[in-house]
Design a protein around this ligand. Sequence first.
Ligand SMILES: Cc1ncc(COP(=O)(O)O)c(C=O)c1O
Length: 375
Amino acid sequence: MMVVPVSRPQLGEAEKAFVNQALEANAISGIYGEFLERFENEFAAFCGTRYAVSCSNGTTALHLAMAAAGICEGDEVLVSTLTNMASFFAVLYLGARPVPVDIDPLTLTLDPADLARKITPRSKAVMVVHLFGHPTDMDPVNELAQANGLKVFEDCAEAHGATYKGRTVGSLGLAGGFSMFANKILTTGEGGMVTTDCPELAAKARSLKALAFGSSNKFMHEDIGYNYRMTNVQAAIGCGQMLVADRLVEKRREIGRYYSARLDAYREHLQLPIEMPWARNVIWMYHLSLRGALKGRRAEIMAALKEQGIETREGFIPYNLQKIFLERGWTREDACPVANSLAYESFYLPTGPAMTDAELDYVSTRFCAILDRLL
Ligand SMILES: Cc1ncc(COP(=O)(O)O)c(C=O)c1O
């Protein structure tokens, strides 16, 4: 029996050579070393932004971006409800108040119509989440933001290289936050990046991520800073990944096309990933929602796949269904009905740059056999 992990990174010779170079130079911290600046410059070019500021992970990237933009206690931040809760935690670290916004049922990203309904005089910002590699419909979001004085942040943790009307995510709002975790499209193991065109925001993020040391006397600090630095060793891995960035993205798109072709006959019972005409979906993970006769049978399907050696993962549970927030009285279960309808009906298949044709065929064949048995 084949064993197929839900994801694994692909690290090449360049990553190893660069890491060795960093080690040989004793440049292992987040302060010195040739790879930090190089990775930031290359990543900014990849996203089409003026600046990229490296940091320790995607959660700290979102926190830094909003802190640098001055989001603070009491501010309301509207966030797409279906996401890794890191998006919401970042808002909470600032003492700000997250407000969940429902999703579009096809792209699973923030629904501008629900955003319009949820804006109040206290709203200060909106955070879109380009989920599973599909970008958010940004024009209506930016129009609403402009009309209501909201700052726009993009959670790009799952969407490196995705585009909206030809423009790359991370360049579509005031600032973007990326994750470089091991299962992400580009990885440094753990790591993150803030992207922006705003020089003041970039400078503030750079200061805050490194304890806000003073400029004339280092130890007269300029603010209450954080230590959110990426190390030069991680950046060395990142520089290796940048050499093959386009290929890493294209491979995931190929996986998406392959699975969709194999699963096409089951569309009545499976909602497959889509690509809107204005979008380039980079298929971070091949995410499915069960419908029709398969509704309510996720645990059974995931267990059957597991028995065949195929690892899968449940889809996200929205903010408005998280016990930790319901108990505090911060949200209501019925706040986002569209997201709720998917919450316990979705999961994702193995997806990643190191997947072989044999693995893709194996997963598809076994999955189709399970579906045929159930339907
Ligand atoms: C949508 C989303 N936002 C934020 C994060 C947080 O990133 P990290 O795990 O690097 O902190 C992740 C991934 O883990 C994510 O998928």
